[in-house]
Design a protein around this ligand. Structure first.
Ligand SMILES: NC(=O)c1ccc[n+]([C@@H]2O[C@H](COP(=O)([O-])OP(=O)(O)OC[C@H]3O[C@@H](n4cnc5c(N)ncnc54)[C@H](O)[C@@H]3O)[C@@H](O)[C@H]2O)c1
Ligand SMILES: O=c1ccn([C@@H]2O[C@H](COP(=O)(O)OP(=O)(O)O[C@H]3O[C@H](CO)[C@@H](O)[C@H](O)[C@H]3O)[C@@H](O)[C@H]2O)c(=O)[nH]1
Length: 443
């Protein structure tokens, strides 16, 4: 998270302009809270609504319950000037000209989307909203949901998917790569475009189905890229290549692009896994064979197992060695660096497999509190505690500060100074010099 990423764009100072909109945001999680704070920053008058009374109480005091650079400052500045407020009462949206739906849309293991929270929010809104209010769906929803919602509410409903990344939420919201507006009515689309006045990005106007599908297609493609390079780690090992150089060879081709080619323990988080499952399900329902997607998901599960195989061999010296009763220390629990989010974290998927094999797990993560419940991992607040008496360390999240740990001290504390670096983060030479046996993927 660089400074540049944490600093919001200069406030355009639109507060006295006539195009200032009265906006409601339903759901104040990663997407809703970021949208609410950023839209207030852009000059709109915003009310955030959540069913979680504790969260609303926190937000009213200016306390932001998620770790997003710059978000706390934005929320407090806009609370102070009165352009942002929070409530549990949907009646607060009666005067809204635009309402954004930002509620969770989890996906079951079979790929069907659980729209209960979404439908509940829609149902409660129908009695509250002004006739002229435009409803905007920011939640990631199956194709057809926007049209269905429009019918249920009898109001203009627009698909406007969100592409922000966790850990960069404010920066991404204010500096998006694209703004996609899926609408059947031009006036409703215009009002959504007006929300983003002051943001510089290509605006793609389309019909709702393309907008909805485009969101899934984007996330699934990112997942596919990571799975591709993760499978190359195994192939590189078998064929005597170095995956870092293989990935770099690909990155230097602008047609392939530089991003999403870093091998790791698998892709996770609150979006990529659920959205790939949902897209595969949608394809099946539509009678379309999307085998490459199913393969990418299988490769992701395989990657978790590959990390466990690496650990088993590194720690016991044998591919069949037993991990039963061995104390392993995990460095990193979140699904990626720069966030406090452990939802569908590959680190925890690997941890579950290690625990199944009988290992006893202690974990440290700069984003995860000691009191967090991430069973089977016992969370500690100091990296030396994961090293103490350990039979091996497994680095699972690419927090840059892990590079700067006192590896010589960790080696002294460890029972067997062995580290498996599943993110290719550490400098092999430095860690080896400190006394560790160093192992990683793709070499
Ligand atoms: N997290 C991301 O990076 C991200 C990025 C782009 C899109 N999305 C999509 O955005 C949506 C929201 O994701 P999130 O990560 O912000 O979720 P989240 O779990 O962080 O927050 C959702 C919030 O909605 C509230 N809520 C639930 N039901 C409600 C209701 N009926 N009325 C009012 N509030 C209600 C919850 O209390 C919670 O505060 C999902 O569809 C997700 O796929 C997420
Ligand atoms: O080269 C890479 C890049 C990513 N990852 C992993 O891929 C996962 C997803 O990372 P990222 O995409 O940064 O996470 P999110 O914050 O969940 O963002 C994704 O999901 C959001 C929710 O839909 C979208 O809005 C974003 O555009 C999309 O990038 C994480 O486990 C990463 O560690 C790798 O292993 N190697």
């Amino acid at each position: 998270m660089s400074d540049q990423h944490s600093r919001p764009a200069a406030r355009p100072g639109r507060s006295h302009r006539e195009d200032r909109l009265t906006v409601g945001v339903v759901g104040t999680g990663y997407v809703g809270l970021t949208s609410a704070a950023c839209l207030a920053h852009l000059g709109h008058r915003v009310t955030g609504v959540d069913i979680d009374a504790d969260k609303v109480a926190l937000l009213r005091r200016g306390e932001v319950p998620i770790a997003e650079p710059g978000l706390g400052e934005l929320v407090n500045a806009r609370l102070a000037d009165g352009s942002l407020s929070f409530t549990t009462d949907l009646a607060g949206l009666a005067t809204a000209e635009v309402v954004l739906l930002c509620v969770p849309t989890p996906v079951h293991s079979d790929g069907t989307t659980d729209l209960r929270a979404f439908d509940a929010a829609v149902e409660t809104l129908s009695d509250v909203l002004d006739r002229d209010c435009v409803v905007v769906i920011k939640s990631t929803v199956p194709v057809g949901t926007t049209e269905r919602t429009a019918r249920a509410l009898g109001r203009a409903t627009v698909s406007n998917p969100e592409f922000l990344r966790e850990g960069h939420a404010v920066h991404d919201f204010l500096n998006p790569d694209r703004i996609v507006i899926g609408a059947t009515e031009a006036t409703a689309a215009d009002r959504v475009a007006a929300l983003y006045e002051g943001v510089s990005a290509p605006v793609l106007r389309t019909e709702p189905a393309s907008s909805e599908l485009g969101k899934y297609a984007s996330n699934a493609f990112l997942a596919l890229k990571v799975s591709y390079v993760n499978v190359l780690t195994e192939l590189s090992e078998r064929l005597g290549a170095e995956v870092i150089d293989v990935a770099e060879t690909m990155r230097l081709d602008p047609r392939i692009g530089t991003a999403f080619l870093s091998p790791g323990p698998g892709w996770g988080g609150s979006c990529l896994p659920k959205d790939t499952r949902a897209l595969l399900h949608a394809a099946k329902q539509a009678g379309v064979d999307f085998a490459v997607l199913a393969d990418a998901m299988a490769a992701n599960r395989r990657q978790h197992e590959r990390v466990v195989e690496k650990v088993r061999e590194a720690v016991t010296g044998s591919p069949d060695g037993s991990l039963a009763g061995l104390r392993l220390g995990l460095l990193g629990l979140t699904f990626k660096a720069g966030t406090d989010d452990v939802r569908e974290s590959p680190a925890l998927a690997v941890a579950a497999l290690l625990a199944e094999a009988g290992a006893v797990l202690t974990g440290y993560d700069p984003g995860v509190d000691r009191t967090a419940d991430v069973r089977p991992v016992h969370v500690v607040d100091d990296p030396t505690l994961v090293a103490k008496d350990s039979a091996g360390l497994v680095l699972l999240t690419e927090w840059p500060q892990f590079r700067a740990l006192d590896w010589a001290q960790l080696a002294e504390l460890a029972d067997r100074p062995t580290v498996v670096d599943a993110r290719n983060l550490l400098e092999a030479e430095a860690v080896t010099r400190a006394g560790f046996a160093y192992h990683r993927l793709g070499r």
